[in-house]
Design a protein around this ligand. Structure first.
Ligand code: NIG
Ligand code: FE
Length: 413
């Protein structure tokens, strides 16, 4: 009921149609944007706005910096409960692997997610999503992987779809049934992977709930051979793949994923040169997750210089999840990508726009400002694009235009 009320509210938001003037691009150019029927129809210097658009309603940007709507390309946003106790355990010296092996970690979120109803999951995920939206996120990936049984994976993915309708945000769903071994399959990994490939994935894909397929390929999760089995099942259904790869060790997962044309390989702290080459050849995006690196107090940096030298596009994301990255600010990740991983500011901004869109296969519609694309852009009360990476904890958003609506901010009529 609540959801339906908010859907109506999104539909009722003011249209962004008209001429947006008084904007500055990230490289400092004065900019104007024309929006019609929710689509960007023209973009350029304010002096050059074609006469046809002269009579349009105007929106004064007031000198704001404009960027494309942000894209958060790797999240586990829908889950029950929280895991602050593990935060405390890690402070006392326990490692992520030790906590997982002792029955905590992903499996404890699985218990809480199975216990929650779809509406309860919708309510908690809505709350978290609103933080991200208030910072200009216009497209987001949401993974399953805390259900690990057909009905509970379905519940998570249905919530992801409902969030899209409720908030008018572009949501890409990713099936991550191979996230961890559910307790009822202890010692029977092969049987569980068969279930994932032969029952869960085909059923959820048939229901239109799956846009891509992911696996956690790691010593504490699934092997390279099991990962390949899931990729084959995805391929058979025509679904693109991506991978949680080389987070804690070099399993060779990135090279395998690249062979399957993966959209992205994510985490990649332990990525090898061979993995980098394979990703470059396949056009696979490297998704950097500084929130997980920071939360786990990791010391193994992803091979940024080698990725840069190879020309592999680098995206940056929150990896929002209750265990390793309870992060609800994509701008904070931009800051961390610079301070922890030494990305340049323009690289980090590209990481949450153009490259993040590509990591989701959304490169034709999101991540850049261009004619013919749905109007998704953010006006920032900032002088200099470097401030997007500089402030810690400020939300300098002036206005968010999402899917052609003025979703947030001060340019509402
Ligand atoms: O991306 N690495 C595996 N999956 C998540 C963590 C999930 C969890 O601990 O609940 C990640 O970091
Ligand atoms: Fe993740």
């Amino acid at each position: 009921m609540e959801a339906e009320r908010v859907v109506a509210a999104f539909e009722a938001l003011p249209s962004a149609d008209g001429l947006w003037s008084g904007l500055r691009s990230v490289v400092g150019n004065d900019t104007a944007i024309v929006v019609a029927d929710g689509v960007i129809r023209w973009i350029g210097l304010p002096d050059a706005v074609p006469k046809d658009f002269a009579g349009l309603k105007t929106h004064d940007g007031g000198g704001a910096l404009v960027t494309p709507g942000l894209v958060d390309c790797h999240t586990h946003l829908v889950y029950g409960g929280q895991r602050a106790n593990e935060f405390a355990m890690r402070l006392a010296g326990a490692s992520y692997e030790e906590i997982a092996e002792a029955g905590g970690g992903i499996v404890s979120s699985v218990r809480a997610t199975r216990e929650a109803s779809e509406d309860e999951l919708l309510a908690s995920a809505s709350h978290r999503l609103q933080s991200l939206l208030s910072e200009g996120v216009c497209a987001i990936e949401i993974k399953s992987g805390y259900g690990l049984a057909l009905e509970h994976e379905r519940k998570q993915l249905r919530v992801a779809r409902r969030l899209a309708g409720t908030y008018g945000v572009t949501v890409c769903t990713t099936f991550l049934g191979a996230h961890a071994l559910p307790p009822e399959y202890a010692g029977r990994s092969a049987d569980y992977i068969d279930l994932v490939c032969n029952e869960m994935l085909p059923a959820l894909a048939a229901e239109g709930l799956v846009d891509a397929v992911d696996v956690f390929c790691e010593r504490i999760a699934f092997s390279l051979a099991e990962t390949e089995q899931v990729f084959k099942a995805a391929l058979a259904l025509g679904l693109p793949v991506k991978l949680h790869a080389e987070q804690l060790s070099d399993m060779g997962g990135a090279a395998l994923a690249a062979r399957y044309g993966a959209l992205s390989c994510d985490h990649i702290e332990h990525l090898s040169q061979a993995g980098i080459e394979a990703m470059r050849e396949a056009g696979t995006v490297a998704v950097l997750l500084p929130g997980a690196f920071y939360t786990l107090r990791d010391t193994q940096l992803p091979p940024i210089a080698a990725l840069r030298a190879a020309g592999v596009p680098m995206a940056v994301s929150t990896d929002h999840n209750p265990g390793t990255s309870p992060a609800l600010s994509l701008l904070l990740m931009v800051n961390m990508a610079c301070t922890l991983f030494r990305l340049t500011v323009p690289e980090a901004i590209d990481g949450v726009t153009v490259h993040a869109a590509r990591a989701l296969g959304l490169q034709e519609t999101h991540g850049t400002l261009a004619v013919g694309r749905p109007a998704n852009f953010v006006l920032w009360d900032l002088r200099d694009a470097a401030e997007l990476a500089y402030w810690l904890g400020q939300r300098p958003v002036r206005t968010v235009v999402r899917q052609g609506k003025i979703a947030l901010g001060i340019n509402r009529p």
